[in-house]
Design a protein around this ligand. Sequence first.
Ligand code: OGA
Ligand code: CA
Ligand code: CA
Ligand code: FE2
Length: 431
Amino acid sequence: MDSGQEDASRSRDDAPSSGHQRAESRRQPSTPEFLREVSLTRIEGIRVGHVQKVSLVPGKVHEMRTLSLKPLLFEIPGFLSEDECRVVMQLAQLKGLMESQLMVQDGQEELAKELNLSPEEIFNLLDINQDGQLQLHEILTHSRVRDGIWLTPENLREIYAGLQADKDGDGLLSLEEFRLLSNDAFQRFLLQRGVKRSQLVRNSRHTWLYQGKGAHQVLQDIKARVTRLTRLPPSLVDLSEPLQVVRYEEGGHYHAHHDSGPVYPETACTHTRLAANTSTPFETSCRYITVLFYLNSVDGGGETAFPVADNRTYDEVSLIQDEVDLLDTRRNCGKSNLRVKPTKGNAVFWYNYLSDGRGWVGEQDEYALHGGCVVTHGTKWVANKWINIDPDYQRQARYQQLVSQQPEDEDDDDDLTLNTDVESPSIHQDL
Ligand code: OGA
Ligand code: CA
Ligand code: CA
Ligand code: FE2
C-alpha cells in the first residue's frame, strides 16, 4: 500500500464509532485568538444543476455545475486543455507508475502473537454490533480494511464451506464456531486459492508529480488554476500533496472509499506530522478538497461513482447488504446515486469535510464516499489534486510556521501565511 490514501479508509473503520468531537474543542487555550481570523472560502452549491461562471485562465470563462450538495460536488468541463492532459500523462509515464496496491502479507500474524489475543478477544473486536455473532459484513469489512482484499459475500460463503466454519449453516459465525477455526484460517485459505488483482480494493497504477518551482510549466499552471478554483490561500495549496496521476487498465477499478479520515480527538494528519507535539496512534490523510481531473475519455465504464450522494440519511450498515454492496464498484456502480462520466479535460471537485461553522474544517463528510467503476473498454487516466488542511487549526498554523522557517523557502515567506487577502470573490458569479 502507498501514500496514506488507504490509511484514510483504514482509520475510518478502525476508529471507534462514538466520541465524535469537533476540532475546535481541542484547540490549545495558550494560542492567541487573533490567529483565527482566517476563514476558508467554501464555494456555494446553491442547488443541484446550478451553473456558475468562473474565471480561471485569462480570456476564458469556465462553467461550473453543482452535481450534489451532499457532498458539495462540482463539475467543470474543459478545466484542462488537450495538451495539458497529454503532458501530464507523458510526464507520469516518463516517471513510471507503480502498483497502487501490493499484495503483501505484512506481519499480521506476528502482531497477533505479540498481543497474545484469545479467540474471544479477537471475536469481540470483529463483532462490531456486539450481538455475539459475526455477520458477513463484519468479516468483509475486516478483510477489506486489514488485508485490502475485497471479498464478496459469495467468496465468504465459499470460504466458510471450504473450512466447514459455519457448522449450523445460518450464515453467521458464533463464538463457538469461531473458536474452532485456527488463528489465520481465512488468510491461509485465501493464500492457497490465490488472490487476483480484481479482488483487491484497488486495481490501478499511479505516480506523483511535484508542482513546485522548477516543475514543468503545465504542472505549475494546474496548481495555480486549482488555487483560483478553490479560492483557498495559495500557501495551503502549495503545501499540499503533489499531483497524483492514476492509470487503470481494462478491468481496473477502485472500490468506494473516503480520500480523508474521520476527525477524532486523537487523530493526527499525515501532512502536519511535523507540528504534532505528541505521537498519536491514529494518523490519517486530511484532504479537505479532492480535485479529480479526467485526462482521457474512457471507451467503456470507469465512471466515478458516489453511492450515497444527496441521500436523505447516511446509514453505513445499509451500504453492505447480502444482496447489494454499494461499496462494490465492480458490481454495483449502476446502483450509485451519482456517476460522473470520465471526459477528457473535465474536472470534478468536492469537499471531504463539512465546515465547522466558523470558517475552518469541520467533521468528515460521510457522503463524500466515492470510487472508480470498473473500466470495461480501454484505459482510464485521472489525476488527483488533494488540498491538505488540518481540522485542528492550531496544528495547521504551527505546521506552516515551521515550514516557513526552513531556509530554502526564504523568498516564499509571504506566501506561507494563512492570510486570505488573496481571495477574489469576483471570479465566481452566478449564471
Ligand atoms: C481516487 C479515486 C476515482 C476515479 O483516486 O482516490 O477515487 O474515478 N478515483 O478514478
Ligand atoms: Ca455481530
Ligand atoms: Ca453459524
Ligand atoms: Fe478517491
